[in-house]
Design a protein around this ligand. Structure first.
Ligand code: ADP
Ligand code: TZD
Length: 576
């Protein structure tokens, strides 16, 4: 079927919905078709929207979430009812957890039948189920409310702390029509969807006062800072003040990782020793050991360290969520950093040389050690020797997008692959979720047009691997590199009873490259850094969908990568 013809003087709900999105500069839909949204996907395409159809809704949802992070406009994921909705819901919840703006739009079954539980096709109370997992859930029952529904969804997704919104569209809505002019007049172009939020002057002064009193100050940049696109103010603030900084993984590249003030190579030293820490768009969650314990110089796992915190965040309730925040600065990061910059323009002295000197010393030592490790060429490859190839490739093409998931593959890549430009890195994020790889890669390619390298553990890749067909279908410049060590974390576990293999072990020497070949893309097996370099260079130059099966020593990984301590058995040993 092609786009449905409709009488000149009427407009149906399909077209109203598409016009409402277009009116708000939304030009792409990530979806998987079926009843009742198949025609919506067709008509969207016919009306000039980019429609990217996936093989599983979770991947479409992850793509929408990444698109939201990269563009500051809510990414749109469109699914069928019940199972399609549930498949998309994980991505909606993950987007909300990561503060990425997205809208999950799902078709739903007949209200009358659902509410009486009479057993409709794909029956489910989707609105109620979505609600706890996103910022808000709305339903549109009448065509004349489509404009308001889309406007509310957009505003909710991007204003304040960004996040996910669910929009429920019952099948019956789509068949409704309105008089064309009245229909179009009912649509809303959202004015100023994410209004600036100016911080209170006294809050800014409190923060400046604390920073001025610091002997060992540190700035910690999170992915909220990357999202906010306040790149120039952040850089100016760091360089003007001379304060060392640490980027969280998705804030890497806000300033180049090779910047003299980056303290990444002295991370454990600065976290334990800093006396004033300014968080910019970063939460003190598990990724930062909740702001306390030995990481922060505390005497035991539960003790806070001696540092005082400044927290720059758009959410007023984030402060004190884990430890006391001495100076909360609430507002959008652009406005906050501008105000803070004004406060350090005069009468500012750089941090004491003994602090910056001690950091530089540790950095030098650690970087030298790292260079020695990276220079080794073991056979089979280990994480370091393979990642060194990617490190060089990103250095040569700093505008490339990097997507990263796995355990060891994530932890090592985060510290080995330097980033040079803002918002070039997407990863497993706040949940440490596996399965974002192909969805994020597809969105990265679609929204930026840049080459994408997906650095994937072999387990992580499996969660979304079927989307290599989608990558081939849309001919996207994505190079997937599977770090194949024959299993989850590593490939050496043994079932003590014999019989089945251990739960963490996969088929040995799996030919992942053939998956890409199956759909017309390029598949290469790479057992050495030279082979990996050749295949990666070719992929980046040609822009062809490519999968490189990088053979990694199956003994090289550690259990859960760097978070082994979170395993219950390890925690039990610690308290015993
Ligand atoms: P990371 O994982 O990199 O440490 P988090 O996701 O934990 O980062 O934290 C991001 C923080 O950024 C959230 O607390 C969120 O409220 C905040 N944030 C997101 N966008 C903005 C913005 N435009 N202005 C201010 N704060 C923001
Ligand atoms: N399921 C989901 C949705 N998210 C998760 N994080 C996990 C399971 C648990 N998990 C991790 O935290 S990492 C990981 C799993 C299954 C995979 C690690 O193996 P890998 O990477 O092959 O991807 P390495 O490099 O071999 O460690």
């Amino acid at each position: 079927m092609t786009a449905q013809a409709q009488p000149q003087d009427t407009i149906d709900a399909f077209h109203l919905l598409i016009e409402a999105l277009k009116l708000n500069d939304i030009d792409t839909i990530y979806t998987l078709p079926g009843i009742p949204i198949t025609d919506l996907t067709r008509i969207s395409q016919a009306e000039g929207m980019r429609v990217i159809a996936f093989r599983h809704e979770q991947n479409a949802g992850n793509a929408a979430a990444a698109a939201g992070f990269l563009t500051q406009k809510p990414g749109i994921c469109l699914t069928v009812s019940a199972p399609g909705f549930l498949n998309g819901l994980t991505a909606l919840a993950n987007a909300t957890t990561n503060c990425f703006p997205m809208i999950l739009i799902s078709g739903s079954s007949e209200r009358e039948i659902v509410d009486l539980q009479q057993g409709d096709y794909e029956e489910m109370v989707q609105l109620a189920i979505a609600k706890p997992h996103c910022k808000a859930a709305y339903r549109v029952l009448h065509a004349e409310d489509i404009g308001v529904g889309i406007a509310r969804a957009i505003r909710t997704a991007v204003s304040g702390r960004p996040g996910g919104v669910y929009l429920d569209l019952p099948a019956k809505l789509f068949t409704q029509t309105l008089e064309a002019q009245a229909g179009r007049q009912s649509l809303i172009k959202v004015v100023d969807p994410a209004p600036r939020q100016i911080p209170a002057p006294d809050a800014v002064q409190r923060a400046i006062g604390l920073l001025k009193s610091a002997k060992r100050p540190l700035v910690l940049l999170g992915k909220g800072a990357a999202y906010a696109r306040a790149d120039a103010q952040i850089r100016e603030f760091i360089e003007k003040t001379g304060i060392p900084y640490l980027p969280m993984s998705m804030a890497k590249g806000l300033l180049p990782d090779t910047h003299a003030q980056s303290a990444s190579a002295a991370r454990s030293y600065v976290l334990a020793e800093a006396d004033v820490v300014m968080l910019v768009g970063a939460r003190l969650n598990w990724l930062l050991s909740h702001g306390k314990g030995k990481t922060w110089g505390g005497a035991s796992a539960k003790d806070a360290g001696k540092q005082k915190f400044i927290q720059v965040d758009i959410s007023p309730v984030e402060a004190d969520s884990n430890v006391a925040i001495a100076a909360p600065v609430v507002g959008d990061i652009g406005s906050c950093m501008s105000a803070l910059l004004d406060g350090v323009r005069s009468g500012w002295s750089k941090p004491p040389a003994d602090w910056t000197g001690a950091i530089a010393e540790r950095k030098d030592k650690n970087l030298t050690k790292m260079a020695e490790t990276l220079a080794k060429d073991p056979s089979p490859m280990n994480f370091h020797s393979a990642l060194n190839v990617i490190r060089e490739a990103v250095k040569a093409r700093p505008d490339m997008m990097v997507v990263n998931e796995g355990a060891n593959t994530l932890d090592f890549a985060r510290s080995i692959v330097d980033m040079y430009e803002p918002r070039r890195r997407l990863d497993a994020g706040t949940w440490g979720i596996m399965g974002i790889g192909m969805g994020y890669s597809i969105a990265a390619a679609v929204t930026t047009g840049k080459p994408v390298i997906a650095i994937e553990g072999d387990s992580a890749f499996g969660f979304s691997g079927m989307e290599v067909e989608t990558i081939c279908r849309y001919n996207l410049p994505v190079c997937v590199i599977v770090f194949n060590n024959n299993g989850v974390y590593k490939g050496t576990d043994v079932n003590p009873r014999g019989g089945d293999v251990a739960p963490t072990v996969f088929v040995k020497d799996a030919r992942y490259e053939m998956m890409m070949q199956a759909f017309g893309g390029v598949g290469v097996r790479a057992a050495t850094p030279a082979e990996l370099r050749r295949a990666l260079d070719e992929a980046v130059t040609s822009g062809k969908p490519t999968l490189i099966n990088a053979i990694i020593d199956e003994t090289a990984g550690t259990e859960s990568g760097r978070i082994t301590s979170l395993n219950p058995s390890a925690a039990k040993k610690k308290t015993a």
